[in-house]
Design a protein around this ligand. Structure first.
Ligand SMILES: [Zn+2]
Length: 315
């Protein structure tokens, strides 16, 4: 009998099988796919781009929680009760390290999380993040590693290395799914290679390649994609620069004939706004952390920044 349309009648045999299955699922959870008491693996990540990379590798069966909410800067972030609550039940925390989110190391220890995973394995780290000595809050641990620029997630090749670190760590936390994590990582890395090529195309053949950013977040990006960061407005993110520093910044902007200075949604641009007329510049946003419309995935964030820079350098 062939049914060309309409609802397919369920045979007596099929409905019997269905009923038996329901019964088994209800009374014998042991026979269902997952053991009844196995809570899903839960992990946390400090900032949005890292959170998205973990999410991509982890897949739907892992509970991934984000600690620094979108719109907040990791440089000025203060731990709140919600941060501690979000960490409940986490087996590990993924971090950037190098002074960006160092607060997590102590906090994780305090709430009993034994694994804090810095995702920089294999990444050639840049020196010179003098700019990161200040944060809105103070934690002792920040002195040891502040000479490294922590914004390494802002190149696609580095993200690909981070994905490998994440897959390995998740496989150690949940060996039964290790192969699935590796497969997901490989598929995502393939996708990243395509995005890298797109970004290189977007940033090719620009009439200018000098940029001024709000804080020193885009040095890795600039190096990877052939741009020059010639001026930075806030040497310490979240802290208004000194008048002397602002003068030096203005000189750089004029010397390089910049028409655009990039601001960031996570840091207040008020101090810079007063200079725009004098310098004849416009402000355009770049986004180091994302997690908001237009930059709601790691890939979207990278594409957004490349597009913003290309548009600005064509102005
Ligand atoms: Zn930063």
């Amino acid at each position: 009998m062939i049914h060309l349309s309409g609802r397919r009648p369920v045979s007596a045999k099929a409905s019997r099988v269905f009923l038996v299955s329901c019964f088994l699922l209800a009374v014998c959870p042991v026979l269902s796919m997952a053991p009844p008491d196995a809570a899903p693996l839960k992990v946390a990540a400090t900032i949005f781009p890292l959170y998205d990379l973990v999410r991509q590798v982890a897949g739907p069966s892992v509970d991934v929680t984000l600690l620094v909410p979108p719109g907040a800067s990791p440089h000025t972030f203060t731990v709140r009760p919600g941060t501690v609550r979000a960490l409940a039940g986490c087996a590990a925390v993924f971090t950037i390290g190098h002074g960006l989110d160092t607060w997590i190391t102590r906090l994780a220890r305090e709430v009993g999380i034994s694994r804090t995973i810095v995702t920089d394995t294999g990444i050639p780290l840049r020196k010179g993040a003098q700019a990161h000595q200040h944060t809105g809050h103070t934690h002792r641990a920040q002195t040891a590693s502040e000479s490294v620029d922590p914004h390494y997630w802002l190149t696609i090749p580095n993200a690909s290395l981070m994905v490998q670190t994440i897959a390995t760590a998740l496989g150690e936390l949940d060996p039964s799914a290790a192969t699935a994590y590796q497969q997901r990582a490989l598929a995502y890395q393939e996708q990243l290679r395509g995005v890298d090529a797109d970004i290189r195309r977007v940033l090719a053949d620009l009439p200018r390649r000098d940029i001024a950013t709000f804080h020193m977040a885009f040095a890795y990006f600039a190096e990877a994609y052939g741009l020059n960061v010639v001026a930075v407005f806030e040497p310490a993110p979240g802290k208004e620069p000194s008048p002397r520093y602002v003068e030096a910044f203005q000189r750089q902007v004029r010397a390089h004939k910049l028409r655009v200075v990039f601001v960031e949604p996570q840091l207040s641009e008020t101090a810079l706004r007063g200079l725009t007329k004098d310098l004849g510049i416009t402000l355009r946003p770049l986004n180091p952390e994302g997690g908001m419309p237009g930059a709601d995935s790691y890939i979207a964030l990278m594409q957004y920044n490349a597009t913003q820079i290309a548009a600005a350098l064509r102005e």
